[in-house]
Design a protein around this ligand. Structure first.
Ligand SMILES: [Zn+2]
Length: 286
């Protein structure tokens, strides 16, 4: 029977679709038959909370970021903060700033994580054209302040790692090894390597999660039936992996189906509990 414990989905995308560029929107829509429902869920937090109940999700981390490639401006930050204010215990707003153009990275990051109400930062290197270690190699010096402030305020930073097929994505920036400088220079910063480097750089992502106490992997956008092909040592790594679906990304029909497929993998109950819930509490708080 179904595992009774509710799930934390540490990687979902409730986003203002009206901002998306036409080519991106087409990609998001491709193959979906539930577009009207998705639009309603993106517009009404009360409906989204019901959708979470239907899918056995207690808490959802809702990822947004500024990106010219995608069409998202920094208006995504107050947008998602307002959405999550409907149920702060269940909805975790994640946002970002454009570190390439910020003139006051200290102040901008403090305001974002303070008065705006964003609870974690997302950096999408290939959609933002930012090397995660831009603070160290001098290409994006403002990242120094961004990471410092996040570390000081005790807020995690999520990095997209692995490929993206959206138009304009520059995949060279999303090799997880570029995050190693961040883990070394900001040892108290909690870091999530989203998608565990899938599919090109999983060994690199696993290496970092094993090397650094504060580096975690999220399992989103890896088809759950294939998780053990991609991560054969998942049981052993279960203390460092967070559950996530990347819903409603192309190829993710329903969060509940993904959870069911994950539960069928045959991992121990301890490993399942850590991945589906416990590790997310360590990273995002309770
Ligand atoms: Zn995502």
């Amino acid at each position: 029977m179904a595992d009774p414990k509710p799930v934390v989905d540490a990687h979902m995308h409730v986003q203002p679709w009206e901002m998306m560029r036409p080519a991106i929107l087409e990609k998001m829509k491709s193959g979906r038959t539930d577009l009207d429902r998705i639009r309603t869920l993106m517009e009404k937090p009360s409906e989204f909370l019901k959708f979470m109940d239907e899918n056995g999700i207690e808490r959802a981390v809702l990822v947004n970021y500024v990106s010219e490639i995608m069409g998202f401006t920094d208006a995504v930050n107050p947008w998602i903060a307002k959405f999550c204010a409907e149920s702060p215990g269940r909805l975790v707003p994640v946002g970002s700033l454009d570190a390439r153009t910020s003139r006051d990275p200290d102040g901008d990051t403090e305001r974002l994580l303070g008065e705006t109400g964003i609870r974690a930062l997302k950096i999408h290197p290939s959609h933002q054209m930012v090397a995660p270690n831009g603070h160290a190699d001098g290409t994006v010096p403002a990242l120094q302040q961004v990471y410092e402030v996040a570390q000081k305020m005790g807020r995690p930073v999520m990095f997209h790692t692995g490929t993206s097929i959206f138009q304009g994505a520059r995949n060279k920036y999303s090799n997880p090894m570029l995050v190693e400088d961040v883990a070394i220079d900001f040892p108290k910063l909690r870091i999530v390597l989203c998608h565990a480097g899938r599919p090109l750089w999983m060994d690199e992502a696993v290496f970092l999660a094993r090397r650094f106490h504060n580096v975690y992997l999220d399992l989103s956008s890896i088809p759950p039936p294939r998780l053990l092909d991609y991560l054969p040592r998942l049981e052993e790594l279960s203390g460092k992996c967070l559950w996530g679906t990347d819903w409603p990304a192309p190829g993710v029909p329903s969060p509940a189906e993904n959870v069911a497929a994950f539960r069928a993998l045959g991992l121990s109950e301890t490993a399942r509990d850590r991945i589906l819930r416990g590790n997310a509490e360590k990273v995002f708080g309770k």
